[in-house]
Design a protein around this ligand. Structure first.
Ligand SMILES: [Zn+2]
Length: 233
């Protein structure tokens, strides 16, 4: 294997490592709660709060109606069965009873509204919970799939990283140093293939003498435009 061919092989491996790392980063960013899931959870929580509120309102009104009913019964008892009242006292009591009854009927109307409100809130909660379950189910299966992909990519990365020292061992230390120095400065690609006279690193044609020297592979030939090491496949 020529010097440049060894570097090209290393380049292929390193590019594969880069690609695998990118894929891993992409998958890692997708792990965890999705926006749709967060939104569905928030909606279900809001619906639950609303239902609790509606139920509390209903309960308060119910208690108030009960207490008014008792009060009215007491006053009526005083009016009709109690000790003798003066006409003025009787009139006052009748007025009071009438006022309590008006209040009671108002509260009963509000109670009816509150019951309708609670029923609607309950339906809303059922709907949001059903939606949440559906989204959660999809999300769960997505996450499992992503976790599998993550494991596969991690295994692949592990294999590639084990291959690297074996490959590097046979490369001339100066060539390796040159490659390591060049790669970060050339967007991860220190070695570029020449195809049909064109450097695939930059897309510019290389002179025939450069191509000839590169093909021989005995010394490192650089692209005159992008500065990458040229490899003729
Ligand atoms: Zn080039």
């Amino acid at each position: 294997m020529s010097r440049v061919q060894q570097l090209y092989q290393l380049q292929m491996l390193d590019s594969e490592v880069d690609k695998t790392n990118q894929q891993l980063a992409e998958i890692t960013s997708q792990l965890g709660e999705s926006e749709a899931l967060k939104q569905a959870k928030a909606q279900a929580e809001a619906a639950e709060r609303q239902l609790r509120q509606a139920q509390a309102t209903m309960q308060n009104l119910n208690l108030e109606v009960q207490s008014l009913t008792q009060k009215i019964a007491q006053q009526e008892k005083t009016l009709y069965q109690g000790k003798a009242l003066s006409p003025k006292e009787a009139t006052n009591l009748q007025d009071e009873i009438a006022s309590l009854k008006r209040r009671q009927s108002q509260r009963e109307e509000l109670l009816l509204e509150a019951m309708v409100g609670a029923e609607e809130a309950e339906q809303q909660l059922e709907q949001t919970q059903a939606k949440l379950v559906a989204i959660q189910t999809d999300w769960q299966s997505d996450q499992e799939h992503l976790a599998e992909q993550q494991t596969a990519l991690k295994n692949k990365l592990h294999d590639l990283k084990q291959q690297r020292p074996v490959m590097v061992k046979v490369i001339d230390p100066d060539d390796l140093a040159e490659y390591e120095d060049l790669r970060p400065r050339k967007a991860g690609r220190a070695v570029a293939v020449i195809k049909d006279g064109i450097c695939l690193g930059c897309g510019v044609g290389a002179s025939s003498s450069r191509i000839q020297h590169a093909r021989a592979g005995t010394e490192l030939i650089y692209c005159g435009t992008c500065g990458r090491i040229l490899y003729v496949a």
